[in-house]
Design a protein around this ligand. Structure first.
Ligand code: NAD
Ligand code: WQD
Length: 349
């Protein structure tokens, strides 16, 4: 059993709640800090139902420095997993101030509090959106960065800040240097196999999988496929969809790596978390129809601005340095999404 305490910002959210389950099942003590701006406390009740254990919970904004410092003093975490952030690309274009304030300033406050508390192990939720457009659709960590919207730029800025913190410690030969893993997620989908926790978007979903699930259950009438004239085999966009449970296991492996010999002198490294395989929008619809037995009503619509034709991960570095690879396939992702959707047609209520 591992008695270490992990502080999870954004732990009531979609990915954070799945991470809480894995952490508790692995014997960690879990402290969640979430302002519930995009989640409901019910997700943590469900985490307790699955694991039989209760994470400590603070309804706190990570930008509230004093409150956060008090939590660190009380709970003495050894490591932080930082999920808290706003994530809607379209909204970030309308409200860039909100995104930079919440995501970038929030991370500045968090890292400041961490330094004062001498907690310098951090796993950060980055995104494949930090990459610039590339002629090669399979993205490797050393590809040039070049986010094209405020949300993506907020993630890229945070990555820069964290790399700079680590570099400063290296230059100063700090005795207790920052150890940071930047995890670049591709397209997380799916849900815990119990169907008790899953993705519960506010309003009409922006992302493909929750949209398809809501069409299948009859909440939404029709899916718009954003473009069928891309240079891909069936003309629709290709993405690297990854099961959320595989994704959160990558975080557990990252914590182990930060505690290992290879991070003895500190460091800040980026890792792709993806499967290495892409599926098109039509392939996702087909998989969904096969699993659910329900037809998905769709129409072809114009391309969505900012979308790439094809994007999937090269996950070799995560295998080599985090000893992580995915275990679940597209059938599992669709089955678990549908299980969550049918058991919780209105999300958490
Ligand atoms: P989510 O919205 O479900 O979870 C984020 C959580 O953070 C929510 O519970 C929200 O209430 C909380 N939060 C936001 N701002 C906060 C603040 N200032 N203080 C305290 N809590 C705050 O999103 P998710 O899908 O679980 O994503 C988690 C992280 O992973 C985010 O940082 C997101 O940008 C990143 N990410 C998500 C995806 C994806 O497709 N879901 C892909 C790549 C990266
Ligand atoms: C997938 C494919 C769409 C909706 C986004 C963010 C990214 C990351 C993950 C946080 C594309 C097509 C979608 C629809 C469609 N989030 N599509 N009709 O755009 O790859 O990534 O979520 O970090 O930052 O940009 O995911 O699920 O929106 O789209 O045809 O109603 O489905 O064009 O090809 P995306 P997505």
């Amino acid at each position: 059993m591992n008695a270490k305490t992990i502080l999870v910002t954004g732990g009531a959210g979609y990915i954070g709640s799945h991470a809480c389950v894995e952490l508790l099942q692995d014997g960690f003590k879990v402290v969640v800090v979430d302002n519930l701006s995009n989640s409901k406390i019910e997700s943590l009740n469900r985490v307790q139902q699955i694991t039989g254990k209760k994470p400590s919970f603070y309804q706190t904004d990570i930008r509230d420095k004093q409150a956060l410092a008090d939590i660190f003093a009380k709970e003495s975490p050894t490591t932080v997993i930082h999920f808290a952030g706003l994530k809607a690309v379209g909204e970030s274009c309308d409200k860039p101030q909100l995104y930079y304030n919440n995501n970038v300033y929030g991370t500045l406050v968090l890292t400041d509090v961490m330094m004062h508390a001498n907690v310098k192990q951090l796993v950060f939720s980055s995104s494949a959106t930090v990459y610039g457009e590339s002629s090669c659709p399979q993205y490797t960590e050393n590809f040039p960065l070049g986010a094209i919207n405020p949300y993506g730029r907020s993630k890229a800025m945070i990555e820069d800040i964290l790399r700079d913190l680590s570099a400063a410690d290296r230059n100063n030969q700090s005795k207790y240097p920052w150890k940071i893993a930047l995890l670049r997620y591709f397209n997380p989908i799916g849900a815990h196999e119990s169907g008790l926790i899953g993705e519960d978007p506010n309003g009409i979903p922006n992302n493909l999988m929750p949209y398809v699930a809501q069409v299948a259950i009859g909440k939404l009438k029709q899916l718009s496929i954003f473009g069928n004239d891309y240079p891909t085999p069936d003309g629709t966009g290709i993405r690297d969809y990854i099961h959320v449970v595989d994704l959160v296991k990558g975080h557990i492996n990252a914590i182990a790596a930060l505690n290992s010999e290879s991070y003895k002198c500190g460091g800040c490294n980026a890792y792709n978390l993806g499967t290495g395989k892409g599926y098109s929008v039509l392939e996702i619809i087909d998989a969904f129809q096969k699993v659910t037995g329900k037809p998905i009503n769709y129409k072809i619509a114009p391309r969505r601005s900012g979308d790439l034709a094809e994007c999937f991960a090269n996950p070799e570095l995560a295998l080599k340095e985090l000893n992580w690879k995915v275990e679940k396939d597209l059938h599992d992702m669709v089955t678990d999404t549908w299980n969550w959707q049918t058991k919780n047609p209105q999300g958490y209520i």
